[in-house]
Design a binder for this molecule. Structure first.
Ligand SMILES: [Zn+2]
Length: 289
């Protein structure tokens, strides 16, 4: 699943290629129509008629990111509205001249939303497992997940929110891994970067958040920021299904210190794995406490 750095890289590429463009028309896949017929609301999480009516003629003013969500600031008939998207487990946007130009056949087969743009480019949303989401809202704050999200890691308030939320009554008894994967504590940390940041800060993922000193939590925050930054500069992680807008891969996976490792990169001991916060977690009991 793409985490903050991967989504940020998608955002940067989309900014470069679609800001200032106008959406001329949209096409939806049969899966989306079928999903809506059976009440599952596949990918498009709102009334399909409404979505299809809003898009044509909308200009893309800006592409942004909040946590693991992308958003598009759109303007149509002097009104501003927003399209919010989540890549789910395996979603990807591609900018090409046509669907046939998407090199990865598996993605090409699994297109779900096509946006025809006014420069003859095609912005395709492809999603093999169909856990992705998109919907429109008037204001960003109308979108419930944004209202309870902590400030971005780049925001000066991020650390104080992090320290306060990690130790509050609701979180202090939970495992620190579950806590840092909660976007109301810090947005954008998924399974991979949680393992990496906890390893880098020497904290055991199973430890209760409330039992960790402020000093160590501060260090953890610093390491989360660090893994995000290193990942951004390596082009993100390409595990199985993440692809950039132009189909490229990142190399962050080559820099992992603990995630999916058999031996600890620090002491050489066996890496332990355990399901914590619903996902497989990698850690070293000698280097993390
Ligand atoms: Zn170790």
């Amino acid at each position: 699943m793409p985490e903050l750095p991967e989504v940020e890289l998608v955002k940067r590429e989309l900014s470069r290629s679609v800001e200032g463009r106008k959406i001329e028309s949209v096409e939806l896949s049969d899966y989306v129509y079928k999903g809506h017929d059976t009440g599952r609301k596949t990918i498009v999480k709102q009334d399909l008629g409404e979505f299809r009516e809003m898009m044509p003629g909308a200009s893309i003013l800006k592409v942004g990111r909040r946590g693991k969500y992308l958003f598009f600031i759109l303007e149509k008939s002097d009104e501003i509205f927003h399209m919010i998207g989540h890549l789910g487990m395996s979603g990807a946007f591609f900018i090409t001249g046509s669907l046939e130009e998407i090199e990865n056949l598996n993605y090409r087969k699994h297109w779900h939303v096509l946006f025809n743009l006014d420069d003859n480019a095609l912005m395709s949303y492809c999603d093999i497992r169909r856990f992705g989401e998109m919907s429109t809202v008037k204001r960003l704050n109308d979108f419930a997940p944004f209202r309870r999200m902590a400030p971005e890691y780049t925001d000066p308030d991020s650390l104080s929110y992090f320290l306060e939320r990690a130790r509050n009554e609701q979180n202090s008894k939970k495992s620190v891994k579950a806590v840092i994967m909660d976007s109301s504590v810090i947005p954008g940390v998924g399974n991979i970067y949680a393992s990496e940041a906890l390893f880098a800060s020497g904290i055991l993922p199973t430890k209760k958040a409330g039992s960790i000193s402020v000093e160590r939590l501060r260090r953890l925050h610093e390491e989360i920021v660090n893994v995000f930054e290193v990942s951004l500069s390596s082009g993100g992680s390409t595990i199985s299904d993440y692809r950039g807008v132009s189909g490229q891969s990142g190399s962050m996976q080559d820099r992992f210190k603990i995630y999916q490792k058999k031996r600890c990169s620090q002491c050489g001991g066996d890496v332990k794995t355990k399901v914590i916060a619903t996902r497989n977690t990698f850690y070293c009991t000698k280097c993390q406490r």
